[in-house]
Design a protein around this ligand. Structure first.
Ligand code: NDP
Length: 452
């Protein structure tokens, strides 16, 4: 049977745009549907605008720090509306770029909602479209907790379009989004409270990094509320009241749920084709990115595996190469480096100390120091670096950093770790001086041995 397209991509985010563009480049007849904005979460309401907002927050601190270096600078008022307008202009440019990338590759784009009619037929903006193969790349959305008054809170989608900076905000959660926005709001001058149920933020990260981040957030002016969860939110004369599990209440202008994301599957009519999903809604795939239906695939956050843009784009690229490029390949989710753009940021690759210790003996090397800049700026800020080394093979199992430029530094180390670098390789590498990064190649004294 002749189909309208060889390949139809549902969703024009990081995963879908890359997948459609590469598939079209391989000569496939490709259609891509996007109902909201090209570039998806990352470009519009995620990584990219978030990083601009982190930069905005950091400028305030930099102006204060510059005084130590002789500049007669003072931190003045921040113009939130100007920041949001500048961010929107840049995001608009990027939207256009993503759209153009697909067009230039020869894909046909549809600015419409797509849903399944059967395994080869879609309803795309009320148009029946058939395709041989279909990939679901619809991403996810932020969720609120199921507590009374939850609708009074915002989520990250809203945070990018607030008309004004709240004077006082309560952020719930301590995952990526919570700690990143805590830095943004506190850095821009809002009284910021972080409410989370764990003893330290960022569950799953290395414990030293978690403890260091808790200190850094507090030093950055964030009011920390560990070990509690919200139980209800009420509103009175425009003020919100958040009742916590310890019985206390915080009065605030704004409540922000940063409590996880859920896959966008609700309006795809997956039931019509029997695509299997997990209880979370995540589309279940195998290691070739295939669902249980032979011609239907899924990539990116809708699969709820590692919800990171570079993973989504890698999956999109691999799927297109596998299906249309004659180069079947898989994406490894081992040793995926990741960064949290807290202030200062965190970056990590490989195993935490606890994960390594659970597997066998590991040598731990740590260093904790005041970055050079702050010996003069006077800012109370520490950098933490850590290597986790397999005691038997000498291979580096994990590298972790909390501190300025951490994401830029760990990206390079991730290559070395994936290539199987040993501690001896790090030791024989000459440092670049004076940098923070050189500490990773000059760590000579073992802090402890674990996992024996
Ligand atoms: P996360 O899953 O990272 O964090 C969710 C937070 O909500 C956790 O602190 C969690 O606590 C808390 N939480 C969940 N349920 C409850 C509950 N019932 N009561 C109290 N607290 C609760 O989600 P995010 O929303 O921060 O981000 C979603 C994903 O998006 C991330 O995991 C990441 O994959 C991706 N992302 C990546 C970024 C990057 O690469 N820099 C930036 C932003 C997002 P607990 O830990 O106790 O479960």
């Amino acid at each position: 049977m002749a189909y309208d397209f060889d390949f139809f991509v549902i969703g024009g985010g990081s995963a879908g745009v890359r997948c459609g563009r590469i598939a079209a480049g391989h000569g496939a007849r490709v259609g891509v549907a996007e109902e909201r904005f090209w570039g998806g979460t990352c470009v519009n309401i995620g990584c990219v605008p978030k990083k601009f907002m982190v930069m905005a927050a950091e400028y305030g601190a930099s102006m204060q720090d510059a005084r130590g270096f002789g500049w007669d600078s003072a931190k003045g008022a921040h113009d939130w509306a100007k920041l949001i307008a500048a961010k929107d202009t840049e995001i608009g440019r990027l939207n256009g770029t993503y759209r153009r990338l697909l067009n230039n590759a020869g894909a046909q784009i549809f600015e419409a909602h797509a849903s399944f009619i059967d395994a080869h037929t879609l309803d795309v903006g009320r148009q029946r479209i058939t395709a041989d193969k279909i990939v679901i790349a619809t991403g996810g959305h932020p969720t609120r907790l199921d507590i009374p008054g939850a609708a009074l809170g915002i989520v990250s989608d809203d945070a990018f379009y607030l008309p004004a900076l709240p004077r006082h905000i309560v952020i719930i959660g301590s995952g990526y989004i919570a700690v990143e926005f805590a830095g943004i709001f506190a850095g821009l001058g809002a009284e910021t409270h972080l409410v989370f149920r764990q003893p330290a933020p960022l569950r799953g990260f290395d414990e030293d990094i978690r403890a260091g981040l808790a200190d850094a957030l507090a030093q950055g002016g964030v009011h920390m509320h560990p070990g509690v969860a919200p139980v209800a939110i009420t509103e009175d004369a425009g003020r919100k009241h958040v009742t916590l599990s310890d019985g206390s209440t915080i009065e605030t202008d704004m409540v922000f749920f940063a409590t996880g994301r859920a896959p966008n599957v609700g309006s795809l009519n997956l039931a019509a084709v029997g695509v299997q999903t997990a209880p979370s809604g995540a589309v279940i795939i195998d290691d070739t990115l295939a669902t249980n239906i032979p011609n239907i695939y899924a990539i990116g956050d809708v699969t709820d595996r590692l919800n990171l843009t570079p993973v989504a784009t890698a999956e999109g690229h691999a799927l297109a190469d596998s299906l249309f490029g004659g180069k079947p390949r898989k994406v490894s989710l081992e040793n995926v480096p990741t960064a949290v753009f807290s202030i200062p940021p965190i970056a990590t690759v490989g195993l935490s100390e606890a994960q390594a210790a659970a597997r066998g003996p590991a040598r731990i090397f740590t260093t904790h120091f005041t970055p050079m800049r702050h010996n003069i700026s006077g800012r109370s800020r520490k950098t933490l670096m850590k290597l986790v080394v397999d005691a038997k093979t000498d291979r580096i199992l994990g590298a972790h950093m909390l501190g300025e430029d951490a994401p830029e530094i760990i990206q390079g180390l991730a290559i070395a770790i994936i290539a199987g670098a040993t501690k001896a390789d790090f030791d024989q590498t000459i440092g670049i001086h004076p940098t923070a990064a050189e500490e990773f190649v000059t760590l000579r004294t073992q802090t402890r041995l674990v996992g024996e």
